[in-house]
Ligand binder design. Structure first.
Ligand code: FAD
Length: 397
């Protein structure tokens, strides 16, 4: 007989691991987070959050804490990176907030991570163990054992793999291969004083180019700007982070408008991320083990929804455990059924949106005509499936 008060193990202390811990602690569960890094912290980069993410933050009880760190744009803008002409301009002010019940928000990952961490620490019932890399997961009749890189054993009543895009738990459970996109990302966080004045403003802006694009948006009261530069590589890419160069970046942005082009020299880290997603799964739980966040449904970043979906996952997992408190495999099945189609749609839509942003030749001309004259309401209708998510309706029928 497995004791209900034994911990639920969470592998990974990123946004997903912390959000899941909070959701489970709210259900009265004892949680143990096993994180490979020496400290629970996030990289210095930004996140765009749709109204669905704020709804999830509210359901997790961290809405107010998170909101105080956010920047709220008035519109979302897409421009053609070659001729600088507008492609789309979506107001996200009062009418948008009324429609979706929450604003569109821009935040620093570290601020969101800290808000989650403080809430986890305040709620109690969650043990945080750092410098603990899990390499193996075993299920027994008594529960689940996670085995770390030094051979240590960690026993729990169940286990949730929140260990990101290269999830070791998913490797044990599914063992599927990533789908390397060939797209490479460089990113930077730039102080407002160093960011071109003509590009400053509160809107996230996408400069869509042939096989390349740039995204920038303000953070922390417009004191900083997040810059993400992406291009489709001609090399055979391997998933992961390597050293890059200015020459490589410049070679992919020949012939683009002066305004986005000037941003390329601001990329200061030199690191290049070759991105990947995975084919969506129709199952991601087995017995007392399940997956959450990027471990369950890694997606390309083009919809700005990876973290949003991760937060929705956590809320849904908590709701499923509320329905089946004494049968975690049942709860995991309900959670999974509630999430599979929605997250798969996000994975597939992100791929398609990436193709649209990188359109060239005739496809570019079609893309640039696509949204001409479209009213805000028509944009909102198209976004309803994504932004209209509600915590109180998160479980499958
Ligand atoms: C360039 C880029 C831009 C993005 N922009 C957005 C955006 O604007 N909006 C949005 O919603 N999403 C965005 N995303 C996606 C978002 O970053 C992810 O979806 C989100 O961080 C997933 O959280 P997670 O907790 O599942 O995974 P992670 O944040 O990757 O956390 C995983 C954690 O597990 C730990 N871990 C890994 N393996 C082990 C192990 N074996 N043992 C123990 N610990 C382990 C890691 O150290 C880490 O702390 C973007 C992604 C990229 C690449």
């Amino acid at each position: 007989m497995i004791r209900r008060e034994a911990p639920i193990l969470i592998v990974g202390g990123g946004i997903g691991g912390l959000a899941a811990a909070l959701a489970l602690a709210h259900e009265g569960r004892h949680v143990k987070i096993l994180e490979q890094a020496s400290a629970i912290e996030e990289i210095g980069a930004g996140l765009q959050l749709g109204p669905n993410a704020l709804a999830a933050f509210d359901a997790l009880g961290v809405g107010e804490r998170v909101r105080s760190h956010m920047t709220y744009p008035d519109r979302l803008v897409m421009l053609d990176a070659v001729d600088g002409k507008p492609i789309a301009d979506v107001p996200v002010g009062t009418a948008f907030r009324r429609r979706f019940g929450n604003p569109y928000a821009l935040g620093h990952r570290a601020d969101m991570h800290m808000a989650l961490l403080e809430s986890v620490q305040a709620v109690g019932r969650v043990d945080l163990v750092t410098s603990m890399r899990i390499v193996e997961v075993e299920q027994t009749t008594r529960g689940v054992t996670a085995i770390d890189a030094d051979g240590g054993h960690h026993d729990g009543i169940a286990l949730i793999g929140c260990d990101g895009v290269k999830s070791a738990v998913r490797q044990r459970l599914i063992g599927d291969a990533p789908r390397v996109s060939g797209d490479v990302v460089y990113r930077a966080m730039i102080e407002a004083g160093d960011f071109p004045v003509e590009l400053q403003g509160n809107a996230p802006v996408v400069w869509a180019g042939p096989n390349c694009h740039l995204v920038h948006y303000p953070l922390r009261d417009q004191k900083q700007y997040n810059l993400v530069v992406t291009f489709h590589s001609e090399r055979q890419e391997a998933w992961g982070v390597t050293e890059g160069s200015q020459e490589e970046i410049l070679s992919h942005f020949v012939g683009i408008d002066r305004r986005p082009h000037q941003l390329l020299s601001l990329l200061n880290s030199g690191k290049r991320w070759a991105t990947a997603d995975r084919e969506p799964l129709d199952r991601w739980s087995s017995g007392h083990v399940t997956l959450l966040g990027d471990a369950a449904h890694p997606m390309l970043q083009y919809l700005g929804q990876g973290a949003c979906m991760t937060l929705e996952d956590a809320v849904t997992l908590g709701a499923a455990i509320r329905i089946h408190p004494d049968d975690l495999p049942q709860a995991f099945g309900l959670y999974e059924r509630s999430r599979i189609a929605r997250t798969a749609r996000a994975v597939l839509s992100a791929r398609e949106f990436g193709r649209l942003i990188h359109a060239k030749g005739m496809e570019r001309i079609v893309r640039n005509e696509l949204w001409k004259g479209r009213t805000p309401e028509r944009f909102y209708d198209a976004l309803e499936w994504l932004y209209g998510w509600r915590a109180d309706a998160c479980l499958a029928a």
